[in-house]
Design a binder for this molecule. Structure first.
Ligand code: SER
Length: 390
């Protein structure tokens, strides 16, 4: 199944069950939101899960692009991404959690063709405050799926204060053909979580108390890249069709080890999406995140060969990414931003090398040295460290 078909299968399934697709999906939250980038599908819906009516009704779905910088150091392995998409479904005080679990199961089995033997679920087993999630347990038992009970792993909350509730996670066995499922989600990593169904029915207050929401809801989220990877039988998200033009064209342009190739693909693709949403490199906020992404790519490329340049990037991966994320404006603008940042970074490195060659910076550096290098010469600490190590 191609990724486009996977997305369509998801949206069609829920539309047939009365859900409205939320459009928009930009990475940038509204100006009143203190968060730099949208980090999950449910983030834009938080006020509505707390009770504010949504203009599109009580049954919603979305395909939301998200950006997370918390995992930046893990990017380069087989699964972590900076920009990714989430398929989400919501009941805002409409149907209950059990219904959501039943639909989830049906879609994975009939829509995506995953045999029930390859599925395992987890359910909240209760803690000192809240009892076990018996209704989910019963629902899964009726559906005939193996269940594992956990505590913290099945209690969803985003912040110490705010919405929270028990969740039920659906895992798919990825042991490969000829290897029957073994163990359980907490004992065997070949069980890969694909879908989280949260029963959003509590609110944690400032004083630590937990109170039921007047209007309990359901919030589900499924990472698209992971789902596509599992359904297409790949080992790594980079092998899925979502990355095709990147992973096909970059290795012939620049010879890098596998980890660096993945990092360059992820960061460039993410940078294209961030630029496509209107962000420009700068020294603060969103622009700083974009700058870091581009500069990490350049640092990786220039480690072996300083003559490499983003000007050589073929147009196809850029265009493919803009099309996929439905971003207007064409590749010319993206190229301009990338090239401009490359020139700036190149000049900064040159200046940095000249400054660091001075005798006073030869030995170990004090905090005052770092401050002076930053304030007077515009050289951030991590750049100084990189330059001194090279
Ligand atoms: N709140 C859940 C998550 O973040 C589902 O959207 O995974």
């Amino acid at each position: 199944m191609h990724s486009d078909q996977i997305v369509r299968t998801f949206t069609d399934y829920f539309r047939e069950r009365g859900h409205e697709l939320i459009t928009g999906g930009t990475l940038l939250p509204p100006p009143s939101d203190p968060v730099l980038f949208t980090t999950s599908g449910m983030h834009p819906l938080t006020p509505h899960l707390e009770g504010r009516p949504h203009p599109q009704g009580r049954r919603l779905i979305s395909v939301q692009r998200c950006l997370r910088t918390t995992d930046l150091d893990e990017v380069g392995d087989r699964t972590h991404l900076t920009v990714f998409e989430m398929l989400g479904s919501w009941s805002l005080g409409d149907y209950g959690h059990e219904q959501s679990l039943r639909w989830g199961y049906e879609l994975l089995r009939d829509g995506f063709g995953i045999p029930p033997e390859r599925l395992h679920v987890t359910v909240f087993g209760g803690d000192d405050e809240v009892g076990p999630d018996r209704r989910s347990l019963e629902t899964w038992r009726e559906l005939g799926l193996p269940v594992e009970l956990t505590r913290e792993d099945n209690w969803w909350s985003h912040d110490p204060v705010g919405l929270c509730g028990p969740d039920s996670e659906i895992f798919v066995w990825t042991g490969g053909p000829g290897t029957p499922p073994q163990g359980s989600p907490t004992t065997d990593p070949r069980w890969v979580e694909v879908w989280n169904h949260v029963s959003m029915r509590h609110r944690r207050h400032e004083d630590g108390t937990l109170r039921p929401l007047q209007q309990p809801g359901v919030d589900t989220g499924m990472g698209l890249e992971r789902l596509v990877t599992v359904l297409q039988g790949h080992n790594s998200v980079y092998d899925s069709d979502l990355f095709e033009p990147w992973t096909e064209q970059l290795p012939s342009l620049w010879t890098l080890d596998d980890t660096s190739t993945r990092l360059v693909c992820d960061h460039l693709r993410s940078a294209v999406v961030v630029i496509g949403d209107g962000v420009r490199p700068s020294s603060t906020g969103r622009g700083h995140v974009l700058r870091r992404l581009i500069r990490r790519v350049l640092t990786t490329l220039w480690r072996d060969d300083p003559s490499r340049t983003l000007s050589d990037l073929p147009g196809e991966p850029l265009g493919h990414t803009l099309d996929h994320f439905r971003q207007p404006g064409g590749t010319g603008r993206v190229r301009e931003v990338l090239r401009d940042e490359e020139r700036r970074f190149g000049r900064l490195l040159e200046r940095g090398r000249r400054v660091l060659a001075r005798p006073q910076y030869k030995g170990p550096l004090s905090d005052d040295d770092y401050r002076c290098l930053h304030d007077t010469h515009g050289l951030p600490r991590d750049l100084v460290t990189t330059l001194r190590a090279s």
